[in-house]
Design a protein around this ligand. Structure first.
Ligand SMILES: [Zn+2]
Ligand SMILES: [Zn+2]
Length: 215
């Protein structure tokens, strides 16, 4: 599979491009503040961008929805519960960040169990709310793209509009913790990947669910 991570902006937002080796069909996960370098990569690899997948509706993840949709004709996929954020600048936080986001509305809603296909590749959708009501994660084999659900050593904020810490912890317990230790976690911010096994060792939120390692 063709894979590339772009990290940009003051809060190190991550954009991912995944492409099928044969057909060159590709998806972009979270078009945050990356633009030109993604264009260069798409051109160099000869990719056909068919979907823009928003893990949730915050501006730092959907900032370039309009740009990439217009340029490549890709469809915007997001969970219904976060779709409102695309056109509500309070909910998507762009107003708070000091500008007005201009995203097209969703082309299609995605939810738990949906399969997103591009070429011979596929991503399975998990509904993983807590950071926002419509946050989703995407599974591909032994990898998971989690948006702002989990970071290395931490979890996403739940004090923003629509956040729910109890919900986030139950999602972590029921959908993330049971994944194999070697599963690679691709987060919505940062410069490196981590794994489920590593987070069991270093992440206090994982440890809380495992019963604590202190006693
Ligand atoms: Zn967020
Ligand atoms: Zn974020």
């Amino acid at each position: 599979m063709i894979y590339k991570r772009f990290t940009s902006g003051s809060i190190a937002s991550c954009t991912y491009i995944l492409g099928d080796d044969t057909t060159k069909e590709a998806v972009m996960i979270d078009p945050g503040y990356t633009q030109k370098e993604a264009d260069v990569f798409i051109e160099e690899e000869g990719l056909k961008l068919i979907y823009i997948i928003d893990t949730h509706g915050h501006a730092d993840h959907v900032h370039n929805n309009a740009y990439f949709k217009e340029k490549y004709g890709a469809e915007i996929l997001i969970h219904e519960l976060d779709a409102v954020a695309l056109t509500d600048n309070q909910t998507n936080l762009s107003e708070y960040l000091g500008y007005a986001l201009n995203s097209p509305p969703a082309d299609r809603y995605i939810d738990e169990g949906d399969v997103i296909r591009f070429g011979e590749e596929e991503l399975i959708v998990l509904h993983t709310p807590g950071h926002t009501p419509g946050s989703i994660s995407l599974i591909r084999g032994k990898a998971i793209f989690v948006g702002d659900l989990v970071f290395n050593g931490s979890v996403g904020r739940t004090d923003l509009k629509g956040g729910d810490s109890e919900q986030l912890m139950s999602v972590l317990k029921e959908k993330i913790l049971p994944l194999p230790d070697e599963t690679i976690i691709y987060s919505g911010h940062g410069y490196t990947e981590t794994t489920i096994g590593e987070q069991k060792k270093v992440n206090p939120f994982f440890q809380e669910l495992l019963g604590g390692n202190d006693e």
